[in-house]
Design a protein around this ligand. Structure first.
Ligand SMILES: Cc1cc2nc3c(=O)[nH]c(=O)nc-3n(C[C@H](O)[C@H](O)[C@H](O)COP(=O)(O)O)c2cc1C
Length: 168
């Protein structure tokens, strides 16, 4: 075995963030209608395949999130996987001013509190299954109740803190 050199983690959060950012992911918008207002939350920590039976996906949410306390109370939460050409929309849905996030954005629904983005790569209708405290985040386990795939639309990728797309 050759000697491998690793950077010992000493609380340098910048180095940790850089390393975490190097791991590519998709980006989703959780959207639920709460008290008559659609409420979005953009997340790149979304993970599928957590469990097949029951069908679970997960998302890690900062304890400081002001939208999650509202969204978590919804009976159904819509998950839209951003498509490759929706980077601008992902930016808009995460601006600090919550009033501006959905301005001019077309949403779809199907009889529940879940809302979906037009032009997304995938939709999941979910219900909150469980929440697990994990350090400064809460891992929300969401049960998949319905789904829709748009095969022609490739997903948006979040990598090195910027939006990019899949290449061959
Ligand atoms: C690309 C991207 C990915 C994000 N991923 C997450 C995430 O996984 N978890 C999270 O809690 N917030 C994430 N955020 C931040 C939230 O979208 C949001 O800005 C933050 O929760 C503060 O808004 P709120 O108070 O309305 O919740 C992400 C933002 C961007 C732009």
């Amino acid at each position: 075995v050759l000697t491998a050199e690793l950077l010992r983690y000493d609380g340098d959060t910048l180095a940790l963030r850089r390393a975490f950012a190097q791991y590519p992911s998709g980006v989703v918008a959780l959207i639920a209608e709460v008290d008559g207002a659609p409420t979005p939350l953009v997340a790149s920590s979304f993970t599928v395949g957590v469990s097949a039976n029951p069908p679970l996906v997960s998302v890690a949410i900062q304890h400081s999130s002001t939208s999650w306390p509202a969204i978590r109370g919804a009976d159904r939460i819509g998950v839209s996987v951003f498509a490759h050409d929706q980077a601008g929309l992902a930016r808009q849905l995460s601006v600090p001013d919550r009033e501006r996030r959905l301005q001019g954005v077309d949403l779809q629904g199907s009889g529940s509190s879940a809302r979906y983005l037009d032009g997304a790569a995938m939709w999941f209708e979910t219900s909150l299954h469980d929440e697990v405290r994990a350090g400064d985040h809460t891992i929300a386990l969401l049960e998949v109740r319905a789904l829709r795939e748009f095969e022609a639309r490739l997903p948006l990728i979040f990598h090195n803190s910027t939006f990019t797309t899949l290449r061959d």
